[in-house]
Design a binder for this molecule. Structure first.
Ligand code: GTP
Ligand code: MG
Length: 239
């Protein structure tokens, strides 16, 4: 037998989580929902990015946000003020969401009329990478104020994502963030990752990003809201 007892406990924990994540994904699939897991360091701009993204997509897609924070409902309340449906998960002392927490929400939350579920993970560049939630696509937000070296220093989360969004690009004139350097680091750990550069505040770069979401959600999902009732039976095209 290899590894310490602690390693075995962790392995078991991750296996249990992976099984529950599969269960969540089946639930999303059965409802024709594409689910995204948004991860980043604290304050990188996930919530503002979600607000801007959903604002651009809401005429064509039913959207729901599952918010993960250790304490309180500040982010969910911010979104609700914008008429964006949001469910808050309080993780307590845990520094990441896990599949069990998301499963609890899914048991109570009707998904009829929902096409896209955006899960905002707890701000943390390490732990969320180890705990899949049942998402179809993973997004890492990297704000230009954090430094262009983060993909090199925190490779796991960048290795396991589908897209990286450089956020707060309106601040580029004031910080030393070399986009090409960050892109090189990302490409070294994950050549397949799509990289977007945008500002949720100014709207710069937003349409290319939302275009990617539309593409990955399946072209046939861009129906007017009133015709969305049959969404539960649509085959999930997103990978
Ligand atoms: N200048 C600028 N500020 C931004 C932008 N996006 C977010 N911010 C600001 O950055 C701060 C953090 O943004 P949030 O959206 O709360 O970040 P978050 O990743 O959701 O934060 P946590 O959930 O606490 O991890 C807020 O003061 C935002 O107004 C942007 O595009 N440009
Ligand atoms: Mg937030």
């Amino acid at each position: 037998m290899h590894g310490s007892p602690d390693e075995h406990i962790l392995e078991r924990l991750l296996e249990d989580n992976a099984q529950l994540a599969d269960h969540n994904r089946e639930h999303f699939d059965a409802h024709g929902v594409t689910a995204f897991n948004f991860m980043s360091a604290p304050g990188a701009g996930k919530t503002l990015l979600l607000a801007a993204t959903i604002n651009a997509l809401r005429d064509d897609y039913g959207c729901l946000v599952i918010e993960g924070d250790m304490v309180g409902e500040l982010d969910a309340d911010r979104l609700r003020e914008l008429d964006i449906p949001a469910v808050q998960i309080g993780t307590g002392r845990s520094c990441h969401l896990d599949a069990r927490m998301v499963a609890r929400v899914l048991h109570e939350q009707p998904l009829a009329g929902t096409d896209l579920v955006f899960i905002e993970n707890v701000g943390n560049l390490v732990c969320p990478a180890e705990f899949p939630l049942g998402e179809h696509l993973r997004v890492v937000a990297l704000s230009v104020t954090e430094g262009d070296d983060k993909p090199f220093k925190y490779p796991v989360i960048f290795h396991r994502c589908d897209a990286v969004v450089f956020t707060k690009c309106d601040l580029l004139p004031y910080v030393d963030f070399q986009s090409e350097r960050a892109r090189r680091f990302i490409s070294a750990v994950n050549p397949e990752a799509r990289v977007f550069e945008l500002s949720a505040l100014s709207g710069q770069g937003l349409s290319e990003w939302t275009g990617w979401i539309r593409e990955r959600a399946g072209l046939n999902r861009g129906r007017p809201a009133g015709q969305r009732q049959g969404a539960g039976h649509v085959h999930l095209a997103a990978g």
